[in-house]
Design a protein around this ligand. Sequence first.
Ligand SMILES: [Fe+2]
Ligand SMILES: [Fe+2]
Length: 359
Amino acid sequence: MKNIPVSKLVPGMITAADVYEDNQKLVLPKGVVLTDKTITRLEFYSILSIKVEDEMAEDSALDNEQPLSFSTRVRNSAVFQKFSKKYEEDIKLFSREINQMVRENKKIDVDVLLANTLSLLETENGDYLNVFDMLSNMRGYDDQTYAHSLNVALLSNVLAKWLRFSPEDQKMAAICGLFHDIGKLLIPEEILKKPSSLTKEEYQEIKTHTLKGFHILEDMGMNYTVCQTALMHHERHDGSGYPLGMKGDQIPAFSALIGIADVYDAMTSARIYRGPLCPFHALGVMEDEGLQKYSPKYIITFLENAVNTYLLYSVRLNTGAEGQIVYVNKNKLSRPTIKVGSNYIDLSSRPKLSIAQII
Ligand SMILES: [Fe+2]
Ligand SMILES: [Fe+2]
């Protein structure tokens, strides 16, 4: 039996003890063979580590896993291959530059970094690039900050476009995304990657990445909006955020926007082994629990457009039925209408049904 951080779990491992949330609610019993779905549930409950058996399950125990055909198609596409190659290069450049900035006080060339980041979203021949498909297939980085920051930059840039920000402000959104978590470089790795639950003091320490980030960026003479976003991206519309507990319109626009890209990336960021998490799972949680926490206009724009990118995609429902997303329901964005054969299934009025997978 060994204790494994949730971030290191892979399907086929077997739980060696009951897993509880805060020692109360049973999340997974002992003896369960882990699958992608059960690991995602552990993430949802913010469980940081569990006990697993030394032996893995036989392969046959995983036979019921669905093949990732859609994911394979994305990964094999020319657009994705170009994206992933450039993404890897950008991560290297970004981590080198940002470390030199924080540790050696070297001035950073924001324009070069920004141009590199935004060029990830450009395609030569106008090929359609769905940033959600690209990012969900890029999961596989075990770092806590660099890939996350790049993802948040890309998602924020796209959200700023959807919100019809000016071209300059769309760029600003990407820059704010790149630097929003820079303060984490000053938080000890033992805390950021701690395999067991954090103490109150350690959690407080993690929260200081906002103020630390603000100071690093201010010292570097960075644009004030970028500094402010590092400080305020964990503020929440209902006042439940930190460090200042600001509410509603007190939260600056870029901080509110980055907060949304940030949580989406955190929820969908996943494990080294796996293909993409079904985006409708994350979008559904955001719609059910995020409308108070985030600027209503921003979160609705995000959900509406994110869901729209999946219009006409083929999906498999949790019943096993396969169909096509044909209509986005304004009243329940994460639960569109699916055409299955000649039937139209409106998921917004069928709470027991859900989209299990894009195929
Ligand atoms: Fe953060
Ligand atoms: Fe973040």
